[in-house]
Write a protein that binds this ligand. Structure first.
Ligand code: 6R9
Length: 570
């Protein structure tokens, strides 16, 4: 493998690692101001890179735009100034509910510059998904596009804390409703000097929502100090160098799209590109060829879809610019790693982390031998183990399955779940942070992913809570009871499957199945929509009345059902 001359091996890094390496490179002085918005724009300009391209953007329809780091500095200043003039202030929650348009990226930094908390949400979310998260965070403002206004309007009257709906592309002459304000970036005078709020290491920065098995989604609280981890992992794991053109395919509604789609690369002054369009093998290869992408961070479902599209498609494009490939979000099967080695001449480097960890924890570090199918080893400075599920002590034998856990204390670690201290506390046992995933570690220290330790469904890298889908299903007029589990899928690894019982007198048929699916798609999201609905006369329940998802899941995966002694009698 070709390594760039400045690369230090994993073993060497382990010997002398300290997070202060990043602190020094970033010029951060302990106890002083640290603001991610400033680090990702102003600082890069001060270092002499004001005219360097920060963002190449291409829209769904093929519109191209490019922005320098100075543009990023000015636009984020301008947005920050607008928010301040509305009366928004530090620690207010401001939601981004937009497609991947340039305003999304600039607003992210603008919100951080005023010391407010940025709450990014997928624009594909339906009104119910949006409502639950805005209500939980008591969000004060939302920045959106007019195409998403109908969803916002449907719920804004139920959100007493939501004061402003900021629309970045209103139609001229078409009136906005009373709490809606227009903000058109290119028509707003640019703000050259902006007083950035003096955030400190522990000041809150980003609030990402993630789904668990029970209860509503949890808001994961991050702080400005997360920059230290995000900067260093972007540099050493994604292998970003000054002349790289970097493409992170993730949407900033997901933590990968912020930690490594904004903060990591821009704090390093790297040029990145964004394609605001859905997946197509042709379009993706064309994009890599056109922008000469050298570093690519994507997800296993996309890689499997590319595999399915075949080698011939790859060969019709010039992809020789690619230098380093990484993946995250779900298990990366060994076939995909081997395939990428054959067709791109480079193997994908798997990385493992979570919304809660804020930055990459386990990876196939640059230069390290790749064992296809393994997630690699903990990043220097990260103590990662697998714990015995009964004693919560590290498992000493190589190859034995346990719970993936980390010693708390790395800079990007979440600081809490929004308003949910109890759930946060449950994540720690014996001084370890529990990820909720299972793995084994081999005799060379490589981690091998086994699966999640809960019922959360990971479909195409998106975590979907069965509880959220079950609750939404109950709101459908025909549904009496529901149970939701993962079902295996060749491309997405898992998809959502719902088992339902119907209300008396309702006839189950195909039309109703489609109606229920669409109901969930509109209410929650396309990711949460069940791909299959199975009608049941009765759901398996424990004697105490709890639905046994385990039994239904085992059936889908062809596994042993296990202990059913608590199953209700007929
Ligand atoms: C960044 C991100 C976290 C969960 C995690 C695990 C799964 C992530 C993985 C992986 C197998 C990998 N996951 N990376 N599973 N191999 N390389 O994905 O955050 O959305 O919070 O998901 O995703 O189950 O616990 P998030």
């Amino acid at each position: 493998m070709r390594l760039l001359p400045d690369i230090v091996s994993y073993e060497e890094r382990l010997k002398s690692f300290d997070w202060s390496l990043a602190v020094t490179e970033l010029g951060y002085v302990k106890e002083d101001i640290i603001n991610i918005g400033w680090y990702c724009s102003d600082r890069i300009c001060l270092k002499g890179n004001a005219d360097k391209i920060a963002l190449y953007y291409e829209s769904f329809g093929g519109t191209e735009k490019s922005f320098t780091f100075n543009d990023v500095r000015l636009t984020s200043n301008t947005i920050g100034n607008f928010l301040i003039n509305l009366g928004l202030k530090n620690e207010d929650r401001i939601c981004l509910f937009m497609d991947r348009i340039p305003e999304l990226y600039f607003s992210f930094l603008g919100i951080l510059k005023i010391g407010a908390i940025v709450q990014p949400l997928f624009s594909a979310f339906g009104d119910e998904s949006l409502y639950i998260r805005l209500e939980n965070a008591q969000t004060r403002a939302i920045i959106t596009q007019r195409k998403h206004l109908p969803k916002v309007r449907k719920i804004s009257h139920k959100l007493p804390f939501l004061e402003y709906v900021i629309v970045v592309d209103p139609v001229k002459g078409k009136s906005l409703e009373k709490n809606e304000v227009a903000f058109i970036l290119h028509e707003t005078p640019s703000v050259e000097d902006f007083k950035i709020f003096p955030t400190r290491a522990e000041s809150p920065s980003v609030l990402h929502y993630t789904s668990g098995t029970t209860g509503q989604p949890k808001g994961v609280e991050h702080v400005h100090y997360s920059l230290i981890s995000q900067y260093l992992t972007a540099k050493w794991v994604l292998d970003l160098h000054d002349n790289d053109i970097y493409w992170c395919t993730a949407d900033p509604g997901w933590v990968t799209g912020t930690s490594y789609g904004i903060i990591g690369p821009w704090s390093l002054g790297i040029t990145q590109c964004v394609l605001d369009a859905g997946f197509s093998a042709q379009a993706w290869y064309k994009f890599i060829e056109k922008y000469k992408v050298s570093v690519w961070y994507t997800a296993p479902t996309a890689i499997r879809s590319l595999m399915k599209a075949g080698k011939e498609v790859v060969e019709s494009f010039d992809l020789s610019s690619l230098r380093h490939l990484s993946s995250v979000g779900e298990p990366l099967n060994s076939e995909a790693v081997v395939w990428s080695g054959k067709v791109f001449g480079k193997q994908f480097h798997d990385t493992f982390w979570q919304t809660e960890t804020g930055s990459i924890m386990i990876s196939n570090y640059i230069g390290m031998k790749i064992k296809p199918g393994s997630m690699g080893k903990p990043f220097p400075g990260i103590v990662g183990v697998v714990l015995d599920p009964k004693t919560f002590e590290p498992v000493p034998e190589p190859g034995k399955v346990g719970l993936i856990a980390f010693k708390p204390g790395w800079p990007a670690m979440m600081r809490g779940y929004w308003n949910n201290h109890e759930k946060y506390r449950e994540k720690f046992v014996n001084g370890w942070y529990l990820t909720g995933d299972k793995a084994s570690i081999d005799n060379e220290g490589y981690f091998w992913f086994i699966g999640r330790d809960d019922d959360v469904i990971n479909t195409a890298g998106h975590l979907v809570s069965p509880f959220e889908v079950e609750s939404a299903l109950l709101e459908h007029p025909a549904v009496a009871e529901s149970a939701v589990v993962a079902k295996p899928d060749e491309i997405n690894m898992e998809v959502v499957k719902a088992f339902v019982t119907l209300k008396p007198g309702i006839i189950p048929d195909k039309e109703l199945e489609l109606d229920i699916m669409n109901f969930i798609r509109r209410k929650l999201s396309p990711m949460a929509m069940p791909q299959e609905i199975e009608y049941m006369d009765k759901l398996p329940k424990t004697r105490s009345g709890k639905i046994m998802r385990r039994v239904l899941r085992a059936k889908e995966w062809g596994e042993e059902i296990g202990d059913v002694s608590t199953l209700e009698d007929d």
